[in-house]
Design a protein around this ligand. Structure first.
Ligand code: HEC
Length: 97
């Protein structure tokens, strides 16, 4: 019985941990984006009809390119956080593709 309880606790805690880190990453991406990425374009670029980004891979690449254009020096993690934020909020691509 004790063993089952222990397993259950481990499982619950790891799920909670995973969900909250994911939320933190997206939140972090949002802050980074809002502070650094709205100089040349606003968010309407991401939702316009003829937007240039067609999948998650392209979105990731675009964030990298814009990050260079914006003369930011981000860690990969920051690029990933911003990509995750843009995808969740605007693009909604299937991440597997
Ligand atoms: C130096 C100006 C500049 C800055 C700063 C900038 N961008 Fe861009 N961004 C552009 C240009 C130019 C385009 C291409 C617009 C077009 O083709 O109409 C673009 C397009 C994009 C697109 C694609 C929009 C679409 O059509 O789907 C994304 C996503 C994007 N930027 C993200 C970012 C992010 C994230 C940042 C912050 C790291 C950022 N941009 C900062 C200039 C900039």
């Amino acid at each position: 019985m004790k063993e089952i309880l222990r397993l259950f606790l481990c499982y619950t805690i790891s799920i909670l941990f995973f969900t909250s880190t994911q939320a933190t990453e997206v939140e972090n991406g949002k802050i980074l984006h809002n502070e650094n990425c709205l100089r040349c374009h606003d968010v309407s670029k991401y939702t316009r009809k003829n937007r240039i980004i067609k999948n998650f891979q392209q979105l990731h690449e675009r964030v990298k390119q814009c990050e260079i254009m914006a003369e930011l020096i981000w860690f990969d993690e920051e690029i990933e956080n911003v990509t995750a934020y843009l995808n969740l909020e605007f693009y909604k691509f299937d991440i597997e593709k």
